[in-house]
Design a protein around this ligand. Structure first.
Ligand code: PSU
Ligand code: MN
Length: 310
C-alpha cells in the first residue's frame, strides 16, 4: 500500500501494488457506475462480478474511487465496507471530473470518478489501460450550451488506453468525433471499422481498426516514442450482438430523455446521470442490461490489452 503526502492522498491497494511491482497486468476500472449508474445494493454485485471477470481474464482490477478525500487505486475489503456504509446511510457521493480532484482531496469528500478523473489517477499509478462503459462527449445542442465533456480533453492529454463501447446517442456523435479529431485523440475500433454507438454496434462513422492486442500495443508504443505530447487511445469495442438495442428503438427513448431534461432545466454535470436514469426507466431496465453486457465485454478486452502491455 502506498500513502503519499497529505496534498496528494493516493492509496494503492496491496494487490494492485503487488501487480505493479511485479509488472503483471493491471486494468483500471471506473466507479461512476457504482455511485451514479446503478441502485444500491445491485451496484456492489456488479462491482464484484466485474472484478472477478477481470481476474479470470488474467488482470488485476484496480477500481478507482475517492473515499474521504483519498484516491483509491483498487479497493480493499475495508474500503468496500466503507462505501457500502456510506450508501446505506445515504451519505453524499459526488461525481468527480478531473478538475474536481484537488478540491475533493482537500475537503475530504467521497464520490465516483468520471473518465477524465479516472484516466488521470490511473496514469499517476502507472496503469496504462482502463475499461469503462461509455465516454462523455459533445452534447446535442452544444451550439448554445457549449456542453462538451472534459473526458475529451483528458483523452487528448493523458496517454492511457480507454476501452469504451463508443459513445451514446444522447450525445452529438458526429460532433464528438470531429472534436476528438481537432484535439488529436487516437481512436481505434476493436475488430471493427464502424464507431459503435454504445447501445448499438454501429454509428455509421468510419474509424481505423485494430485486430489484436499486439497491433494495439505496437501503436501505443509508437505514439509514445514519436509524439512529445502523446494522447490517450480510445479503443472502441462494440456491445455484444445479442445485447444490442437497435438504433431505431433507442432513438425515440433518447429524444424523450433529452426533451424531459430540457423541460426540467437540467444541465451541466447533472445532465448525463439524468439522461441515463431516464433511459433505464423508459426502457424498463433493458438499457441497464445492455450497459452491463458492454461493461463486461470492455473488461474482457481491457484485460487482454493490459496483459499485452504488462
Ligand atoms: N456516458 C455514459 N455512461 C456514463 C458516463 C458517460 O454512457 O456513465 C459518465 C462517465 O463517468 C463519464 C461522465 O466520464 O459520465 C461524463 O460526464 P460529463 O458529460 O458531465 O462530462
Ligand atoms: Mn458536461
Amino acid at each position: 500500500m502506498k500513502e503519499t503526502t497529505k496534498l496528494l492522498p493516493i492509496k494503492v491497494s496491496h494487490r494492485v501494488q503487488k501487480a505493479l511491482v511485479e509488472g503483471t497486468a493491471v486494468l483500471a476500472m471506473e466507479s461512476t457506475v457504482l455511485t451514479h449508474g446503478l441502485p444500491y445494493p445491485r451496484n456492489f454485485e456488479v462491482l464484484s462480478e466485474l472484478e472477478q471477470l477481470c481476474k479470470d481474464c488474467g488482470a488485476e482490477p484496480a477500481t478507482i474511487i475517492i473515499l474521504d478525500g483519498v484516491a483509491h487505486i483498487g479497493m480493499e475489503d475495508a474500503d468496500i465496507s466503507n462505501l457500502k456504509e456510506k450508501m446505506h446511510n445515504h451519505a453524499e457521493l459526488h461525481k468527480f471530473g478531473r478538475r474536481e480532484l484537488p478540491t475533493a482531496m482537500v475537503k475530504g469528500l467521497s464520490g465516483g470518478t468520471t473518465v477524465s478523473a479516472t484516466m488521470l489517477l490511473a496514469y499517476h499509478a502507472g496503469i496504462k489501460v482502463f475499461a469503462t462503459g461509455g465516454i462523455g462527449g459533445v452534447h446535442r445542442g452544444w451550439e448554445n450550451t457549449l456542453d462538451i465533456s472534459s473526458d475529451l480533453k483528458a483523452l487528448s492529454q493523458i496517454p492511457v488506453i480507454v476501452v469504451s463501447a463508443g459513445c451514446k446517442a444522447i450525445l452529438d456523435i458526429p460532433a464528438t468525433m470531429e472534436y476528438m479529431e481537432s484535439l488529436g485523440v487516437s481512436i481505434l475500433g476493436w475488430q471493427t471499422s464502424d464507431f459503435p454507438a454504445f447501445y448499438s454496434r454501429s454509428s455509421g462513422i468510419s474509424i481505423d481498426r485494430v485486430d489484436n492486442a499486439t497491433e494495439l500495443a505496437d501503436i501505443y508504443r509508437s505514439m509514445i516514442a514519436l509524439d512529445p505530447q502523446p494522447s490517450g487511445i480510445l479503443l472502441a469495442n462494440p456491445v455484444p450482438r445479442e445485447d444490442e438495442i437497435p438504433c431505431t428503438v433507442i432513438a425515440a427513448h433518447i429524444d424523450n430523455a433529452i426533451a424531459s431534461a430540457k423541460q426540467k432545466g437540467i444541465h451541466g454535470k447533472e445532465l448525463t446521470p439524468y439522461l441515463l436514469a431516464y433511459l433505464s426507466e423508459s426502457t424498463k431496465g433493458v438499457s441497464v442490461t445492455t450497459n452491463l453486457s458492454l461493461l463486461m465485454n470492455n473488461v474482457k478486452v481491457g484485460a487482454i490489452v493490459a496483459k499485452e502491455l504488462a
